[in-house]
Design a protein around this ligand. Structure first.
Ligand code: MN
Length: 202
């Protein structure tokens, strides 16, 4: 078995990027975070704490509160827990170069055993964030030969947190950082842009 976070560490030059070095944390927390990431393409990184790391998916269109709407979530390498507090700019030319905005954070609560559910490729869970809430699913699709990464779907369940398609899109309604209230341009233009906001209650 490969070392935890080895894929994460191998992709990054920590002399050049302010992102945290990856090491597995002790303890069993249940944080989640969504980071809006203006890299070569804008996407939202959806991360759930499991086993001392952040299990991570890149959601091109971002989460939708419309019940049943499927958002493609490409599974990417585990990230360190510290990453959940990262907001700032990854230098050009580095992996994921661009601006990272802390779009949402909070806790998640799996239904049943999350390790089994993750291995099975079907997680049912609740989110308690500043923007996202209620019941959600993450479902792994059948792997096709051309897929380099696992393709999952992020889907909102129908409950009191769900919206209908004619209600406002949460991504447009609440676009700013939950940590600093800034937008992407505000973070990108901040020369000292490297803010460490604890993802935990402080
Ligand atoms: Mn990303």
């Amino acid at each position: 078995m490969s070392k935890p976070l080895s894929a994460y560490n191998a992709k990054r030059d920590f002399r050049k990027t302010a992102e945290p070095r990856g090491k597995r944390a002790a303890g069993a927390g249940n944080s989640f975070v969504v980071q809006k990431h203006a890299a070569s393409r804008l996407h939202y990184d959806f991360r759930l704490e499991l086993h001392g790391v952040l299990k991570s998916w890149a959601v091109a269109k971002g989460p939708s509160l419309v019940a049943g709407e499927k958002r493609l979530a490409v599974h990417v390498e585990d990230h360190p827990l510290d990453y959940g507090g990262f907001e700032g700019t990854i230098p050009k030319g580095q992996y994921g170069g661009g601006t990272v905005l802390l779009w949402d954070r909070g806790t998640w609560e799996p239904e049943g055993d999350p390790h089994k559910a993750y291995a099975k490729g079907h997680l049912n869970f609740r989110l308690e964030g500043e923007k996202l809430g209620g019941a959600w699913h993450l479902v792994r699709m059948r792997q096709r030969p051309q897929d380099r990464n696992e393709q999952w779907l992020l889907i909102k369940s129908d409950d009191e947190f769900a919206r209908s398609a004619d209600e406002p899109d949460i991504l447009e309604e609440l676009p700013l950082s939950v940590a600093t209230g800034r937008d992407l341009d505000g973070i990108a233009s901040d020369k000292a842009s490297k803010t460490w906001n604890s993802n935990r209650e402080d």
